[in-house]
Write a protein that binds this ligand. Structure first.
Ligand code: CP
Ligand code: NVA
Length: 302
């Protein structure tokens, strides 16, 4: 049966750890200039209904490194943008391609694409989840902290797609996860309930409480793609949900800082903190490439 990568909740702890191990191996091979053309002749279609820098470029370069090729398919230019059903798009693309990556709004659309496609489907971000980003994030934490289990991850800001996927990924690999979000902007209730039952998870409105002793501080934009009309109101609601020097002082002395990017300096993170931790944040961006190569190899190798 074909495999998909739609949500981290579909993956076991062992599967996530083995993706991380494969990503590290592929990263070392790339660094050493060793060819790793594991997807020779395969083609990935990349449907984008939202903007992207990292996801688009890292998937495209990743496929090239693996000996395959990638096609950028803008949602606006596809017949999908003129109302062709996702179910038909899925069956047509399955006749041409070996895998599909999609970035869109509703998680349900990705699920339907995967249901009707006969080839692997990868979630490249929805309003609900951003699982590829979290594989790269865990790889970066592992590299900088020497491990994941027992480390404390604190997410500050909007309980959005990033928060949802970080909670699932962090808890699955045995991290302690804290989220600091305004009461009306908490992560998905189902994910929070699962996390509380499955591991060590705390949700609070108090940023300093969440950050206390944290090994990793993480934040994301206050207004995600598709929420542009709410941006001004969100500036007021999220004021205070910022990673700044006071939050850094509450965290562990050697705490690292991650941001999925793009960042809005002076909003969810100060320029000072971002620049002081740019090594970690841009390693994280680089790791998108290695993490996604591992995901594609896992799904598309045979
Ligand atoms: N972090 C991330 O997914 O970046 P892009 O929106 O640039 O792809
Ligand atoms: N939460 C952000 C993440 C961007 C990578 C968004 O959905 O726009």
């Amino acid at each position: 049966m074909k495999k998909d990568f739609l949500l981290l909740s579909h993956y076991s702890r062992e599967e996530i750890l083995s993706l991380l191990a494969l990503a590290s191996e592929l990263k070392a091979q790339k660094r050493e200039g060793k060819p790793h053309r594991l997807l020779e002749g395969k083609t990935l279609g990349m449907i984008f209904e939202k903007s992207s820098t990292r996801t688009r470029v890292s998937f495209e370069v990743g496929m090239y490194d693996l000996g395959g090729s990638a096609l950028f398919l803008s949602g606006a230019d596809l017949q999908l943008g003129r109302g062709e059903p996702i179910e038909d798009t899925a069956r047509v693309l399955s006749r041409y391609l070996d895998g599909i990556m999609i970035r869109t709004f509703a998680q349900e659309k990705v699920e339907r694409l995967a249901q009707y496609a006969t080839i692997p489907v990868i979630n490249g971000l929805t309003d609900f989840a951003h699982p590829c980003q979290v594989v790269a994030d865990l790889l970066t934490i592992q590299e900088h902290k020497g491990g994941l289990e027992g480390k404390t991850l604190c997410y500050v800001g909007d309980g959005n797609n990033m928060a949802n996927s970080l909670i699932v990924g962090g808890i699955k690999v045995g991290m302690k996860v804290r989220t600091a979000c305004p009461a009306a902007y908490r992560p998905d209730p189902g994910i929070m309930a699962w996390a509380q039952a499955a591991g060590d998870y705390l949700c609070t409105e108090d940023v300093l409480e969440a950050a206390a002793g944290a090994d990793v501080l993480y934040t994301d934009v206050w207004a995600s793609m598709g929420q542009e009309a709410e941006a001004e109101a969100r500036m007021r609601i999220f004021a205070g949900y910022q990673i700044n020097s006071a939050v850094m002082r509450a965290a562990a002395p050697d705490a690292m800082v991650l941001h999925c990017l793009p960042a809005h300096r002076g909003e969810e993170i100060t320029a000072e903190v971002l620049e002081a931790h740019e090594g970690e944040i841009f390693d994280e961006a680089e790791n998108r490439l290695h993490a996604q190569k591992a995901i594609m190899v896992h799904l598309m190798r045979f």
